[in-house]
Design a binder for this molecule. Structure first.
Ligand code: DCP
Ligand code: MG
Length: 403
């Protein structure tokens, strides 16, 4: 039986989901009266008074992402692996999946979430190591500690990724990112990459540009140029489906998307169209939110042998249920649960989720959802996931840090 680091992947999914569902930019912190817009200067000329309309202070955001995080830790701890293709994940004979791999392995077309057997076909010398989540968590905590020396405005996205709002820092953000990355490297012996920009959207896109062990800065005056040729897929909230829809309209780059008016985008994409209008221009007002509460918690398992009967599934469900309860007690003991769900993935990789509001997180209720999901296809089951979703508001004293 094999756990595949699902919890961390669930975190990652949670965050991307959340990014999509948070398409309405949160309210801005009140603007500062730091500069006068042209119109204000005009007013001043006419009325002889100094009047500055509220102007948003430009932020400085760093998006920091560790390079091939789990694999880098494994290689650091076993120097004989340096230079060799290394991956972390489940074994081939147990139908494992890779959580990640180092850059040597990526040259062979190996990547995270790839089944291990496929990765070994592409790269026969690949060294596949089992996951050590306790070690990765500890390392993430060390890195988080380093980040807090530079700013307290940190929004973790997953174990190895965070936004930092460094607007209040006296130094320029580019050199500051160098210093942060240098400190991480000196103290943790791990490399990282950073994107620096006036908002989260730009910083996140920029952090991929000089990966691994590099950084890329987009200054406020460079945003417009930067967005022009950027593929629309890089924008948060644009998945494969939206990308295809845009391609049908002849739109590949953000510059092309900028030709659409707000009403046109709303016609095409509903409310998200309004966000899109801003995002394709590099405008993103979402503040860095330290410690965002999670929306859901789940656990799942991929089986070495497909489960063909409901009884087999029920047996596994019980184990997963126990795991979920333990996790809940440890991480989110005070949150109000609004929904519970059971997810099944079948042997042909299709999936279904049975989900209901108002059900208690009890074994009989999970069992009834399992029954419902199983009855939908009757196909052999490859994976079962169980989870809960939380109410939006968070009691003040709740524990929500990932680490
Ligand atoms: N992870 C996982 N399952 C995935 C993707 C990632 O368990 N499908 C884990 C392993 C990664 C860690 O999360 O080491 C961080 O994810 P990233 O997407 O940042 O990937 P890496 O840090 O491994 O590589 P990169 O250098 O591209 O950031
Ligand atoms: Mg990373």
């Amino acid at each position: 039986m094999e756990r595949l680091g699902n919890r961390d992947r669930t975190e990652a999914h949670r965050l991307s989901e959340r990014e999509v569902s948070e398409s309405n930019p949160a309210a801005q912190p009140s603007g500062n009266f730091t500069g006068c817009l042209d119109s204000a200067r005009h007013d001043e000329a006419i009325f002889g008074v100094t009047y500055c309309p509220v102007e948003k202070t430009p932020r400085s955001i760093i998006h920091l992402d560790m390079d091939c995080f789990y694999a880098a830790i494994e290689v650091r701890d076993r120097p004989s692996l340096r230079g060799k293709p290394v991956a972390v994940g489940g074994a081939r004979d147990r139908r494992g999946v890779l959580t990640t791999c180092n850059y040597e392995a990526r040259k062979f077309g190996v990547h995270s979430a790839m089944p291990t057997f496929m990765a070994l076909q592409r790269c026969p010398n690949l060294i596949v190591l089992p996951t050590r989540f306790d070690v990765y968590r500890r390392e993430a905590a060390v890195i988080r500690g380093i980040l807090y020396r530079f700013t307290s405005l940190i929004e973790p996205l997953s174990l190895d990724e965070a936004y930092l709002d460094v607007s209040g820092h006296p130094g320029a953000p580019g050199p500051l990112a160098q210093v942060i990355r240098g400190t991480i490297f000196r103290e943790a012996k791990l490399t990282s990459s950073a994107g620096i920009g006036p908002n989260k959207l730009i910083a996140k896109i920029a952090s991929e540009m000089n990966k691994p062990n590099g950084q890329f800065e987009v200054r406020p005056e460079e945003v417009s140029r930067f967005m022009q040729d950027l593929p629309v897929r890089k924008i948060w909230g644009i998945g494969e489906k939206t990308e295809r829809k845009l391609e049908e309209l002849g739109v590949k780059a953000c510059g092309e998307l900028q030709r659409f008016s707000r009403p046109e985008l709303v016609d095409l994409f509903g409310k998200f169209g309004l966000d899109l209008y801003d995002l394709c221009r590099g405008i993103d007002d979402r503040p860095v939110e330290p410690d965002r509460p999670r929306k859901s918690l789940s656990t799942e398992e991929t089986f070495a042998v497909d489960l063909t009967t409901l009884e087999q599934c029920e047996e596994k469900l019980e184990e997963l249920f126990q795991d979920l309860m333990a996790d809940l007690a440890q991480k989110e003991s005070t949150r109000e649960i609004t929904k519970i769900f059971v997810k099944l993935k079948f042997n042909d990789f299709t999936r279904t989720t049975a989900e209901r509001a108002g059900l208690a997180p009890t074994l009989p209720d999970f069992r009834s959802l399992l029954n419902e999901a199983f009855a939908r296809t009757g196909k052999p089951v490859r994976l079962i996931g169980v989870g809960v979703r939380f109410a939006d508001t968070e009691p003040e004293n709740a524990q929500m840090n990932l680490l």
